[in-house]
Design a protein around this ligand. Sequence first.
Ligand SMILES: [Zn+2]
Ligand SMILES: [Zn+2]
Ligand SMILES: [Zn+2]
Length: 213
Amino acid sequence: MRRFVKQNNTRETSPVLVTKLGTRLPGNMKIWFTNQKFQSFIDRPRQCVKCYSFMHPSRVCEKSPICPSCGEIHSGICQSPQKCINCQGEHSVTSRGCPFYIKKQNILELKGRNHLTTAEARRIYTQSAKFNYAAAVKANTPSNAIEGQISEKMETMPLKMNEKIEAIAQTINAKMEQQATMLVEMFERLVGSLLQNLSAVNKLGGVTISPSR
Ligand SMILES: [Zn+2]
Ligand SMILES: [Zn+2]
Ligand SMILES: [Zn+2]
């Protein structure tokens, strides 16, 4: 994001989190007087650094700190084989390849991209996982052409479900968004006319306006 710093200064600053009313994300949005590019905010799974659970933040954890490699409570260098306490797999509990972590990440992505609550995203993810599993089982054992067609239909169903959800959400939010856009436009007009008045006053005094450094 570029802000007003000094003239001809194009230094990039850190990303800024902007909360927008509604569910549709514009590619660009005017903030003050510059056009800014937008991306969905996708959070990453938060893990407790004491017990390595994803259910709570570290500051409220009342458990004893465990070794992230073997999952046991011990001091000194770890000499046990790796074991993940979240999925029981043979890897460190902080591994980004852990199926448990990947599932959490996928749910957060679904949430961020489709503007859902965590509970909604989790439900849809679990349902579509079951759906895909059932479709995969069917697809592997097509006893005749009809069954093949059925499994084909099932595969396209989660997609259509998503489309439906999106359509409903868009209808509901279109109204809210219209109102929000109107408010923003009103505000921009107000700022614009204020600035015009200000520069008119300044010109009268023979001084030109310049942003403070
Ligand atoms: Zn914990
Ligand atoms: Zn250990
Ligand atoms: Zn794991």
